[in-house]
Design a protein around this ligand. Structure first.
Ligand SMILES: [Zn+2]
Length: 352
């Protein structure tokens, strides 16, 4: 079926043989014959119409014939009809997460993810914030004056960082500008950038914007100047990070004090979208557990579930089974006793 897969090993063997100056001519002839018969075999097989890989455009007329998996799920090899190949990144195996810039792309509407309900989002999602192809730059450095969280009856869906009007605001990651407009709802001059990693960053109260919708931006590009437009008392940047329209505390990712990115791979949990869920020191240690830690945690959780009962006068195994919603057999198994064992008053029996 896959022509390239069959032919590639032979081609590679041939190349290796030729580069060792064809010491064994007979071997080479044999290989050539083998290759020839492979080609004949292939030609006799029904032809498979090449399926272009939609995410790859070479721009020089070559057609992608096939994609091969690698050991890394996030990387695939694409083989082209001119015998060239290249690695491509697979952003995610999840259908709803691909097409970052194709789906829910709206340069007018502030909230284009209306049809994506919170319930549809996964409990956790791993987001690769940066890699060798994608950089990071702090949006601005400074002390967070107002944090993510409830603010009286309102909800503060971002962080506020005071600045001097005219201070540069940088794109946090590479991406594409979705919104650049004056927002009457309170944001003032607002720039929304959607990033390759699927996150959106929102920048409010800007004095000026240097970008327009559909502009491609790189991490660290100055997208505008900080200011005091919209519902703002004093120059500051209102900065939000959203995932499929849902906000979470930007301090989970950015240390605004020193400008550093707190992590390269982010385990985004659904709980974080809760307005009361703030970045805390403890989060950063236990977010991604190792296998051993997970095992340990499971044991702890199991242990926490154990229920004991202190035998009192009149208790029977059958009665306890009913009381704790279990069976006599289960209680016997947990305690290594038989159903005929006499229950001594005062003894603790594990019932779950
Ligand atoms: Zn704010």
């Amino acid at each position: 079926m896959k022509i390239t897969k069959l032919f590639l090993p032979i081609a590679l063997t041939l190349a290796a043989t030729v580069t060792t100056q064809a010491q064994d001519v007979n071997k080479l002839k044999e290989l050539l014959q083998q290759a020839q018969s492979e080609v004949e075999l292939l030609e006799s097989m029904p032809k498979v119409k090449p399926q272009p890989v939609t995410s790859v455009s070479t721009g020089n007329g070559t057609i992608a014939l096939d994609t091969l998996a690698t050991e890394n799920d996030a990387v695939k090899v694409v083989l082209f009809n001119d015998n060239s190949w290249r690695y491509i990144r697979v952003r995610s195996a999840e259908d709803w997460e691909v097409d970052t810039y194709a789906k829910h792309w709206d340069t007018i509407k502030l909230f284009p993810y209306e049809d994506v309900k919170l319930a549809d989002l996964p409990e956790t999602v791993v987001i690769e914030l940066v890699d060798s192809l994608k950089g990071y730059h702090y949006p601005i450095k400074g002390t967070v004056r107002s944090k993510f969280g409830p603010r009286g009856r309102r909800r503060h869906r971002g962080v506020d960082i005071p600045l001097k009007t005219g201070d540069p605001i940088y794109a946090t990651f590479s991406g594409k500008v979705r919104i650049s407009t004056y927002n009457k709802g309170g944001y003032g001059n607002l720039v929304v950038i959607r990033h390759d990693n699927g996150l959106e960053t929102w920048h409010g109260h800007l004095d000026q914007s240097f970008v327009k919708p559909n502009d491609t931006v790189y991490a660290g590009q100055i997208i505008g100047l900080g200011g005091n437009t919209g519902r703002s008392t004093g120059p500051h940047l209102h900065y939000e990070i959203r995932y499929f329209g849902q906000t979470f505390d930007p301090e989970r990712l950015v240390n605004f004090e020193n400008g550093n990115l707190r992590r390269e791979t982010f385990l985004l949990k659904k709980d974080y979208f809760d307005i009361h869920s703030r970045a805390g020191v403890q989060d950063f240690e236990d977010e991604i557990l190792g296998d051993e830690e997970i095992e340990e945690q499971k044991k702890k959780e199991e242990a926490a579930k154990k229920v004991y009962h202190k035998i009192r006068s009149g208790d029977t195994l059958g009665g306890l089974a009913v009381k704790y919603g279990t069976t006599v057999t289960a209680i016997c198994r947990l305690n290594g006793i038989s159903s005929k064992t006499t229950l001594r008053i005062g003894r603790s029996l594990r019932v779950r």
